[in-house]
Design a protein around this ligand. Sequence first.
Ligand SMILES: *Cc1c(COP(=O)(O)O)cnc(C)c1O
Length: 353
Amino acid sequence: MSRFWSPRVKELEPYVPGEQPKLSKLTKLNTNENPFPPSPKAIEAMQAALGDDLRLYPDPNADSLRAAIADYYGVEAKQVFVGNGSDEVLAHIFNGLFQHGRPLLFPDISYSFYPVYCQLYNIPFERIPLTDDFAIDVSDYTGINGGIIFPNPNAPTGRLLPLDEIRRLLAVNNETVVVVDEAYIDFGGESAVGLVNEYPNLLVTQTFSKSRSLAGLRVGLAIGSAELIDALDRIKNSFNSYPLDRLALAGAEAAINDREYFAQCCDAVIAERERLRAELSQRGFESLPSAANFLFTRHRTLAAADIAAALREDGVIVRHFKQPRIDNYLRITVGTAEQHAQLLASFDARFPR
Ligand SMILES: *Cc1c(COP(=O)(O)O)cnc(C)c1O
């Protein structure tokens, strides 16, 4: 606190990101980064962009990247918005599309940035409880609202809401914007992008941070009707005209164009996820079904906090949320086979059978 702070700064409760330890030999399974490197073509494109042109501003509209994304998803370029990570895209959505004085609806167990943006932008909200088995029941989202947002697959549960359920929601909620945050959709779900031409109030967000191994580059996107994208451009151009730098534009475009490498990485993550599920199950863990690059899991007898603390002593970091309903769960990011071996060896040594 400082006397120079405005009342507004004093009352903020900022988001606390998962730990990014400075030590490099840790087995880091806590923030859902991809264990595989970015596309070699993305690295090459960024190396090529690294030169004298950096004295020039980047394209404020990111036209070339938007066109590549539009091509990948089979939509028009005017239906694509890009930003500095999907967190920034989400911030613009909250600021520009959810400001109606009516409550925004999102699940009680969900991405913890949503309530932070609500506070920042003065948006009332209502948390809708997930069912007992941590599923979203769309019939709970029919009340008066200023918008609806949920991750699909949900975070940190990993559970997928099938597309026909999203359709069912859109059929009854057509007056306010519905945002499907697809940060993890490439690890086993079907994207709602295919519905945007049918529902002008649907906005789908995605990120290059998870499935495209570019968390360090900060590129996120939204796809929806041209009128929603126009709103986001208006907000963006009132905030920062150049959210993506020249390296990010070059790297992201090469990454989205490298479909083969992308498919290989996603397949490998999915295969490792299911191997990890089986290994954990043999050790007394029960994991929720996951369509993401992490498992949400609890042990039949051991407390999650104790497991997380023990693993940490061996340099294995997993995420534990001290939050009602889920404080006995761990969220474990899918890593490489080698990282999983370290995780399991640590668990076996600390909790011998
Ligand atoms: C990781 C994540 C994001 C943010 O992704 P960035 O593009 O890295 O900002 C958004 N939503 C959910 C649910 C996430 O897990």
